[in-house]
Design a binder for this molecule. Structure first.
Ligand code: HGY
Ligand code: MN
Ligand code: MN
Length: 409
């Protein structure tokens, strides 16, 4: 076990200072990707990296890298990091914990005057959430070669603004190429689920992340007057959406306990109380750790859409916009996390991530693992999201130990 200790109070203060950017009345944050609020948080992160002596680079997808030099400048970096952007009703820890825990590792190494053989880098990945721009993790996806740069820069929000335009607008359209050799990548994150807290376990040793499929569905029927139009002649798009939304929920329950199925975004047109909805746009998010089961859930969704269209006489357009297969993390990196938790005497257990993370894509181009800590009530993507200073510090200490093992002192 190393004698280097992270400074938990400093990390907690950084988290609370960062949480002031985009703070909401209910104690959460709203820092949608590439908004002015995201820019302000990025600027603060860059300032802190520079104060810690890091060389900061930004690549063409706006991914930020703070680099602490190693003795061997030719060695690929041991990297950590996560994301700064949040959900519209996000919390103070999702993503930003992994970014600032990575910065704290660098600050702690500086305090200890310790050099590492490989450079150490802390990263902040653009648009991990997939809330403003879909899909999620698009910038780490470009970094991993899953998406090409034009696709990534061309992704549009609901107002038609592209990632490329917004990066330029906030001054984060970097010129570094997207993608480079990475010796190992470790991401610290809150679990965002109930397991660690329920088992009173401090560290989650993440072995895998589940697969996910995202869809966009449009039902088109016919606008008509809510008064004189007989029920038998209606082609009500919202009734169609309601039936499929219920079917999505049933698909999740039918494949429980590991499946997840969610409709989070619905747009009704013309959205007027006395006009029968002629068109409804909605999204579907299906997840499962087993790829074959996820494929079966896909088939069930398609059948439900076809059946509903037939029953109500609607036109339907169901597009799968994103497929992220289940991810096994690197056995050696996972073992480094487990050994670190053991050396430090923290309770720990292996766990599968229900959420997607940038680590899921970086895992395609570098040995990768994750460190989870509990969050209160397992609640995330909610302004009440919370974690304890003790768990925040423990996860960061495990991160430092695992990274040092790979970076070489
Ligand atoms: O959707 C997810 O799993 C992550 O929050 N992007
Ligand atoms: Mn996250
Ligand atoms: Mn999230």
């Amino acid at each position: 076990m190393t004698e280097i200790r992270i400074d938990g109070a400093r990390l907690w203060k950084s988290l609370m200072d960062m949480a002031k950017i985009g703070a909401t009345d209910k104690g959460g944050v709203c820092r949608l990707a590439l908004t002015d609020v995201d820019k302000a948080a990025r600027d603060l992160f860059v300032k802190w990296c520079e104060e810690a002596g890091c060389e900061v680079t930004v690549d063409r997808m706006g991914n930020i890298f703070g680099r602490r030099a190693g003795r061997d400048p030719s060695s690929p970096p041991v990297m950590t990091g996560s994301h700064i952007d949040s959900q519209p009703t996000g919390g103070k820890f999702d993503g930003i914990y992994g970014v600032l825990a990575g910065l704290e590792v660098i600050r702690a190494l500086n305090d200890a005057g310790v050099s590492t053989n490989a450079p150490i880098e802390v990263s902040a990945w653009t648009n991990e959430e997939g809330s403003r721009f879909a899909p999620a993790m698009v910038a780490s996806g470009v970094f991993a070669g899953v998406f090409d740069l034009d696709y990534g820069l061309g992704r549009k929000d609901l107002d038609g603004k592209t990632i490329g335009e917004e990066l330029a607008r906030i001054g984060y359209a970097g010129d570094a190429p997207v993608g480079k050799p990475v010796r190992a990548f470790f991401e610290a994150h809150i679990e965002q689920g109930p397991i660690l807290e329920a088992e009173q376990t401090t560290i989650g040793v993440v072995t895998h992340a589940q697969g996910q499929r995202w869809y966009e569905c449009t039902f088109t029927g016919q606008e008509a007057h809510a008064g004189p139009t007989p029920m038998r002649t209606r082609r009500d798009a919202l009734v169609g959406a309601a039936r499929v939304i219920d079917a999505v929920n049933r698909i999740g329950h039918a494949n429980a306990p590991l499946a997840c199925a969610t409709v989070g975004l619905v747009q009704v047109f013309p959205n007027s109380r006395n006009t029968i909805p002629g068109r409804v746009f909605f999204t579907v998010d299906l997840r499962h750790p087993d790829d074959a089961t996820l494929r079966a859930m896909d088939a069930e969704l398609r059948a439900a859409v076809a059946k509903t269209s037939e029953e109500i006489g609607l036109q339907s357009a169901l597009e799968e916009i994103w497929y992220s297969p289940p991810v096994p993390f690197d056995v050696e990196c996972v073992a480094a996390v487990r050994r670190a938790a053991e050396r430090l005497g923290y309770s720990h257990r292996d766990i599968v991530s229900g959420a997607g993370h940038d680590a899921c894509y970086v895992a395609r181009v570098a040995p990768t693992a994750m460190v989870f800590i509990p969050c209160e009530g397992g609640i995330s993507h909610n302004e009440i999201e919370s974690a304890t200073p003790e768990h925040v510090a423990a996860g960061c200490q495990v991160l430092l130990e695992a990274m040092l093992e790979r970076a070489g002192r």
